[in-house]
Design a protein. Structure first.
Ligand code: COA
Length: 577
């Protein structure tokens, strides 16, 4: 990477206390950069408490595509002592450090760090707007690093307008004061927001909002909501938009009620979904078995967070794969997809509905804490460009049998109330007409029918992407990744290849049923395999070992944070050496 390249890849981290407006300030930087035509990728982390604790927002921005939040920051803005302490070790030579010089801390600044002391607390107090300390910081950042001031003023005014004109005015004054204070300092660092490149129309979305949008594109009719961090914003997005198109969202009393309502709506012929996180998915496991048994299409989004139990509600983890694939009693199947980025959150939500409708099975879509809150610029989605699949329906001819054995294994469905179409959908084992039947031969035949449908799912889903030279010689190392870790591995693979290493990546998004042949084909051209994932037990590595002949080296972390590319590069180099 040349110096010029690295200037085109700027990472700004703003940190302070929850309640100090860190998230708002970070959002404003992100929106202003996106409006200026830049690519953005954000990562935020905050405590489970509404006030207090360490909050951090990182915006990576470039004129070129970005796939993850980056290794570490180029610019740190610390609003309090904890923010400084938490990040002190990452203040590397050449980084810029903007801090509150009238705050609760006296930083020790290494000689090769570019430090800018801004009296944020004092300036905000003098203006009579103590809450606007974050806007003093934002003004200073705008001046020092070229974040477009006009765009920042526009987004901050928009955000605070519902709090009243006096709040907007106070924040604008604080922002301007921050710019003045920064103008009095001499800029010594090289960091500056990049010049935007030419690109098509894009929209800035969070992972959660994008899932909501994908559901609307897929033709969602009914959403059962029960709030849980970090999934709640999906319901919030759907609540804003679904009623406008005649759909219904109901807030249920708990997750068991949510999934039950979803199955009821789907039985009634509607496209239905719910979203949750690990603890909620655990509660839904019985009804997911019911969905498989009764062949009721449904989509459940699981935005994974740190566990087990209540765990780390606001933190990142990829630890619900065991639960998602096998979390049900009896022998129950399902389809499990996972998303890499915000674009996937739209596309794979549509795909999840298509698969649920086509195969009449529950489809679980896995996202995660960092992607849920990450905002990224994505090409403006064209709803007409998506293929939408609907369930196979009864044509009204002959005797209706809800679970009729058919050539493709899929039985036609029929809405309640259709003349001649009366049927039972039950969790009890049943015959082809839906009547209870516990005979050994019937149970065997029905299990074979239900699992038989899943046999063609792999062929019906796009092949897992191979990153790197697919036709070339055997690679020294193959890296398998899933979920948002894929974006990190993409960059790691690119860096390793740029250094001359023979490395490839393999990025499955259909996790279950497992595309065994695709894993085997990929691995056949790699001397060794590495599988990084954010959980303790190495959950995907476990399934790879169980289902294929492969023995990937498992690389797990579970500190509530995602990987960064440097970590993967470093582990890969250990293996390559
Ligand atoms: N002037 C006026 N108001 C301002 C402001 C300013 N300069 N800067 C921020 N604010 C407001 C924001 O608009 C927001 O108000 P709102 O709640 O009315 O939208 C509020 O102050 C908080 O600011 P924000 O920037 O959104 O967050 P923060 O960085 O201060 O961090 C959180 C607070 C997000 C960490 C915390 O509130 C939270 O939600 N924690 C997570 C809770 C959770 O999910 N727990 C899990 C339970 S299982």
């Amino acid at each position: 990477m040349t110096d010029e390249d690295s200037r085109d890849d700027l990472i700004i981290r703003i940190a302070g206390e929850g309640g100090e407006g860190i998230i708002s300030a970070g959002d404003f930087i992100t929106q202003a950069c996106a409006r200026a035509g830049l690519e953005v990728y954000t990562f935020k982390t905050f405590p489970a408490e509404v006030k207090g604790g360490y909050a951090m927002y990182q915006t990576r921005t470039s004129s070129r595509p970005i796939y993850n939040h980056g290794d570490t920051f180029n610019v740190l803005c610390a609003l309090n002592g904890e923010a400084y302490t938490m990040n002190r070790a990452a203040l590397r030579p050449g980084t810029a450090f903007v801090y509150d010089s009238h705050g609760d801390f006296e930083p020790e600044i290494p000689g090769d760090v570019h430090a800018y002391a801004i009296p944020m607390t004092q300036a905000a107090k003098e203006l009579g707007t103590p809450k606007a300390k974050n806007m003093v910081a934002l003004g200073a950042l705008s001046r020092l690093f070229g974040i477009p001031a006009d765009a920042l003023l526009e987004v901050l005014s928009g955000k605070f307008s519902k709090k009243g004109d006096h709040v907007v005015d106070g924040n604008v004054r604080a922002f301007e004061r921050g710019r003045e204070l920064a103008a009095e300092l001499t800029k010594t660092d090289p960091w500056h927001v990049a010049e935007p490149a030419q690109r098509g129309e894009t929209v800035l979305m969070s992972g959660n909002d994008a899932i909501g949008l994908g559901a609307l594109i897929a033709g969602l009719d009914f959403f059962a909501a029960y709030p849980i961090t970090p999934a709640t914003e999906i319901a919030r997005y759907v609540a804003r938009h679904l009623p406008k198109r005649g759909g219904t969202l109901i807030q249920a009393e708990d997750e068991i009620a949510s999934i039950s309502q979803v199955l009821g709506a789907s039985y009634a012929g509607k496209k239905a979904m719910t979203s949750t996180s690990g603890p909620g998915l655990a509660l839904m496991s019985e009804m997911l078995g019911m969905a498989f048994m009764s062949e009721t299409p449904c989509v459940v989004v699981n935005v994974q967070r740190g566990g087990p139990s209540t765990g780390l509600p606001t933190k990142h983890e990829q630890s619900d794969l065991f639960l998602s694939i096998h979390g049900s009693h009896g022998d129950a199947g399902r389809i499990v997809l996972s998303v890499e980025n915000v674009r996937d959150c739209i596309d794979l939500t549509v795909k999840a509905f298509n698969l649920a409708e086509k195969y009449q099975v529950p489809v679980l879509l896995l996202s995660d804490g960092s992607l849920a809150f990450s905002t990224q610029s994505v090409p403006y989605p064209d709803p007409d460009a998506y293929t939408i699949e609907n369930r196979k329906r009864w044509d009204g001819e002959g005797e209706y049998k809800r679970y009729a054995f058919t050539a493709d294994g899929i039985s036609p469905m029929c809405d309640p109330g259709t003349p001649g179409g009366m049927h039972m959908a039950t969790g009890l084992e049943h015959n082809d007409a839906g009547a209870p039947n516990y005979s050994p031969a019937n149970h065997e035949a029905m299990q074979a029918k239900r699992f038989g449908k899943l046999a063609t799912v792999v062929a019906d889903f796009p092949q897992a992407e191979i990153d790197g030279d697919d036709d070339g010689d055997e690679a020294d190392l193959g890296i398998i990744a899933w979920g948002s870790t894929i974006g990190v591995v993409r960059e790691a693979v690119a860096r390793l290849r740029a250094e001359g290493h023979a490395v490839r990546g393999f990025y499955p998004k259909l996790l279950w049923p497992m595309a065994v042949e695709q894993y085997e084909t990929f691995a056949a051209k790699c001397k060794r395999l590495l599988l990084p994932e954010v959980n303790w037990q190495g959950q995907l590595a476990h399934f790879v070992r169980a289902e294929t002949s492969l023995r990937p080296e498992s690389y797990t972390i579970c500190g509530g944070l995602p990987f960064n590319p440097a970590m993967v590069v470093s582990r890969a180099k250990e293996m390559l050496s």
